[in-house]
Design a protein around this ligand. Structure first.
Ligand code: FAD
Length: 288
C-alpha cells in the first residue's frame, strides 16, 4: 500500500514547526515516530499534503525532574521511558506501560507524544497517564497552555489539541511517600494493542488506609476511563485484600464496551475487574 504523494519538511525547532503549521494550515500534519501516522497514510485514512517532521528538535526529547514533577519530552521514544532509572524508581507503573507497547522496533521509534496525540483507544500510555494524573504542555502561535489529563482525551483518535498546536511535554506529579503505581494489560495476541488494561495509583496513609486512589481502565470506551466507583470504594478504607477485591469489581461500572472480533463486551468488563485488582494490589504493595 502506498500513501498519496506528500511534501516533507524537517523542523529544527518548535518555533519553526509552528511557523510551518501556520503556513500549510489544514494541509499539514506533524510527524514524530511515524508508527501510527505512516500506516494511516498507507491505508489512505490520512492524506496530509505536508509532513512537518519533529525528529530534529532535540529539546523535545528526554526525561528530567523539575521540582515535584517528572517531565517527559514529547519526542521521547517508548524505549527511553522504559529504561529511565528515574521513572523505574519513582513511577514503576509508567515503566510497566512503556515495556508492553508493541515490540522492540515500535518502542525505539514510537514517541510518547505521538502516542497520546494519536489517542488510539488501544494505546497504553493514555491509561497509565490518566491514573498518574498527568498533564500535557502544548504551544501554538497564540501561546502555551497545560491541559489536565482528564480533559485531554476527547474521543476515538481525538484529543483537546488543536491542529496548530505542538505537544511539547508530558508532566507527571512525582508521588509522595506512601504512594504506589502499577499497570496491567491484556494485549491482543496479533497486534499487541490493548484489549483491556488497568493503571492504578494508590496513596496509603500511615495507618494503612487508602488516603486517595486513581484507577484508569483502557479498552472499555473511546479512550482511557476513570473508574471512579472503584476509587470511591477504596477511599478511606483499610487496604485489605477484601476491600481491594470489592473495589476492583466496580472497575467496569463506567464502561460502555462493544463486542468485537476478539472479545465480547461482557468478557472485557470481566477482564477489567481482574486487571484492576492486580493493578491496585501491585500499587498497594509498592506504596511504602
Ligand atoms: C506494529 C505496531 C504495534 C503497536 N503496538 C502498540 C501497543 O501495543 N501499544 C501502544 O500504545 N501503541 C502501539 N503502537 C503504536 C505506537 O506506540 C506509535 O508509535 C504511537 O502510537 C504513535 O507515536 P509516533 O511517535 O509513532 O507518532 P506518529 O505516528 O508520528 O504521529 C501520530 C499522530 O500524533 C501527532 N503528533 C505526533 N507528535 C506530536 C506532537 N508533539 N504534537 C502534536 N501532535 C503530534 C501526529 O501528527 C499524528 O497525528 C504500535 C504501532 C505499531 C506499528
Amino acid at each position: 500500500m502506498f500513501p498519496n504523494s506528500f511534501g516533507y519538511v524537517a523542523a529544527n525547532s518548535v518555533d519553526e514547526a509552528l511557523r510551518l503549521l501556520t503556513k500549510y494550515g489544514d494541509d499539514a500534519k506533524l510527524l514524530a515516530g511515524g508508527h501510527s501516522l505512516i500506516p494511516a497514510m498507507k491505508l489512505r485514512l490520512a492524506s496530509p499534503r505536508y509532513l512537518v517532521d519533529l525528529g530534529q528538535v532535540p529539546s523535545l526529547r528526554g526525561v528530567r525532574i523539575d521540582g515535584v514533577t517528572l517531565v517527559i519530552g514529547a519526542l521521547t521514544v517508548h524505549a527511553d521511558v522504559q529504561s529511565s532509572e528515574i521513572v523505574r524508581e519513582r513511577l514503576p507503573g509508567l515503566t510497566e506501560a512503556a515495556s508492553v507497547i508493541g515490540d522492540v522496533q515500535v518502542r525505539n521509534r514510537g514517541t510518547i507524544g505521538g502516542s497520546v496525540a494519536h489517542a488510539d483507544p488501544g494505546a497504553d500510555f493514555p491509561v497509565i497517564l490518566t491514573a498518574l494524573n498527568a498533564s500535557f504542555a502544548a504551544v501554538s502561535p497564540s501561546g502555551s497552555r497545560t491541559i489536565p489529563v482528564d480533559d485531554f482525551f476527547v474521543d476515538f483518535y481525538t484529543t483537546a489539541l488543536t491542529p496548530n498546536e505542538v505537544l511539547t511535554e508530558i508532566r507527571v506529579p512525582l508521588p509522595s511517600s506512601g504512594t504506589g503505581t502499577a499497570y496491567h494489560k491484556m494485549a491482543h495476541p496479533a497486534s499487541g494493542y490493548v484489549v483491556v488494561s488497568a493503571g492504578a495509583l494508590v496513596v496509603r496513609d500511615p495507618s494503612g488506609r487508602c488516603a486517595s486512589a486513581r484507577v484508569a481502565i483502557g479498552g472499555l470506551a473511546s479512550g482511557p476511563l476513570r473508574a471512579t466507583a472503584a476509587e470511591t470504594a477504596l477511599q478511606g478504607q483499610p487496604l485489605t485484600a477484601e476491600v481491594i477485591s470489592a473495589a476492583a469489581l466496580k472497575a467496569a461500572d463506567e464502561g460502555s464496551p462493544e463486542d468485537d472480533s476478539y472479545a465480547s463486551a461482557d468478557y472485557k468488563c470481566h477482564i477489567a475487574t481482574v486487571l484492576a485488582r492486580r493493578a491496585i494490589e501491585s500499587a498497594v504493595g509498592r506504596a511504602k
